[in-house]
Ligand binder design. Structure first.
Ligand code: SF4
Ligand code: SF4
Ligand code: SF4
Length: 309
C-alpha cells in the first residue's frame, strides 16, 4: 500500500479499527491531544550529504540489539542495490538513491523516527507503546497482542513483527537504544559507529538549530528543509538532504498534523467497529496465551511422565 492510499485508509476507515482501541482509552486520547512530545527530549540529525552507505550503523544496531546475523554480511554492499525496509531482525537499513542529474547517489539510513506524537502509540489499544521523556518510543512486548494496528498507523512503515509464534506475533522496531544507552545519557550504537559523523545525537531543539545553521552556511549543498522538524507533528530523528526529499524516498505529503488527528476523525464514524475491535483482539490474545500455557503444561506433564518412568 503506498503512503497516500494508506493515509486515505486511515482517514476513511478500516484503520479506524486501528484506532478503535482509542475508545477503550479515551483518557489517553485526550492526553495525546495536548501532548507536546517532550520538547527537552533527545534526537538524531541524519545528514545525507555525509553518508557513504557503509552499513556500519546496521552492524552496530545488530550487535547492540542482539539481532540474528543477516543473510548477507554487513560488508556486502550489494544489498544497497535493493530498496529494503526495516524488519524484525533489522531495526535499521540503509538504502541507495540515484539522483537525477547527479553523478553520485545519496544513501539514507532508516529506522523508527521516534515521533513526538506517535501514531503507533495512539493506535495501540493495549497501551504497549510509551514515549519516554528522553524522546524514545518504546514498547512492552509482553502486552503486545500482535494485532498490527501500529504497523498500519505508522506513517513511516516502521513496526515489523516477529512471527515465531503464529498466534501471538510481537512488534519489533528500533527503540533508540533506550535501555542500554539513551536512558543513561549515551548516544545510540548506530550513531557512535558512524565513521562519517553523518549522525549527530543531541537535544532535539539543539539539532533543529544545528540543521538550520548547516543549511544557512551551505545553501548550495542543502535543501532548505529539515525533514522531521514538523512532519506529522515532528520527529526525534530528522534529516538533511542535498536532493529534494521525495528523491530520497521520503513521503513529502504527510503534512504537519500528527496522524492521530486523522484517526480521531474516524473515531466518530464507526462506533460498531470501535466497540468490537478491542474485544476481538483481546480474545485472540487470551486464546494465544491459553494455547501457550496448554503447550507448557503439556510439556511439563510429558516431562513428569518421563521422570516417573
Ligand atoms: S516512526 Fe512509526 S513506529 Fe516510530 S514512533 Fe513514529 S509512528 Fe511509531
Ligand atoms: S538507535 Fe539503537 S535500536 Fe535504533 S537503529 Fe540505532 S542502534 Fe538500532
Ligand atoms: S554508518 Fe554512517 S556513513 Fe555508514 S551507512 Fe550508516 S549513516 Fe551512512
Amino acid at each position: 500500500m503506498n503512503p497516500v492510499s494508506r493515509r486515505k485508509f486511515l482517514k476513511r476507515g478500516f484503520a479506524g479499527g486501528v484506532t478503535a482501541a482509542l475508545l477503550g482509552k479515551s483518557s489517553q486520547a485526550k492526553a495525546t491531544e495536548s501532548f507536546s512530545g517532550y520538547p527537552e527530549g533527545m534526537g538524531v540529525l541524519v545528514d545525507l550529504t555525509r553518508c557513504v552507505g557503509c552499513r556500519s550503523c546496521e552492524a552496530a544496531c545488530n550487535n547492540e540489539q542482539n539481532l540474528p546475523a543477516p543473510e548477507r554480511p554487513f560488508d556486502d554492499l550489494s544489498v544497497l542495490e535493493e530498496k529494503r525496509r526495516t524488519t524484525e531482525s533489522a531495526y535499521t537499513v540503509v538504502n541507495k538513491y540515484e539522483i537525477p542529474g547527479k553523478d553520485h547517489p545519496l544513501f539514507r539510513k532508516m529506522q523508527c523516527n521516534h515521533c513526538n506524537e506517535p501514531a503507533c502509540l495512539s493506535s495501540c489499544f493495549v497501551n504497549a507503546y510509551r514515549k519516554t521523556k528522553e524522546g524514545a518510543v518504546v514498547y512492552d512486548p509482553t502486552v503486545c497482542v500482535g494485532c498490527r494496528t501500529c504497523m498500519v498507523a505508522c506513517p513511516f512503515y516502521v513496526p515489523a513483527y516477529s512471527y515465531s509464534s503464529v498466534l501471538n506475533p510481537v512488534v519489533k522496531k528500533c527503540i533508540f537504544c533506550y535501555d542500554t544507552r539513551l536512558r543513561h545519557g549515551r548516544p545510540p550504537a548506530c550513531v557512535e559507529a558512524c565513521p562519517q559523523e553523518a549522525l549527530t545525537f543531541g537535544k532535539r531543539s539543539d539539532l533543529i538549530k544545528l540543521g538550520h545553521q548547516r543549511i544557512g552556511r551551505h545553501p548550495d549543498r542543502y535543501q532548505d528543509h529539515i525533514y522531521g522538524e514538523t512532519e506529522v507533528g515532528g520527529t526525534a530523528w530528522m534529516y538533511l538532504s542535498s536532493a529534494p526529499f521525495d528523491q530520497v524516498g521520503f513521503d513529502t505529503g504527510l503534512g504537519t498534523q500528527p496522524i492521530i488527528s486523522h484517526v480521531k476523525e474516524f473515531l466518530t464514524m464507526v462506533p460498531m467497529v470501535l466497540t468490537i475491535w478491542p474485544a476481538l483482539f483481546a480474545g485472540f490474545h487470551l486464546l494465544a496465551n491459553r494455547k501457550d500455557k496448554a503447550s507448557d503444561t503439556g510439556a511439563i506433564s510429558e516431562r513428569k511422565d518421563k521422570e516417573n518412568v
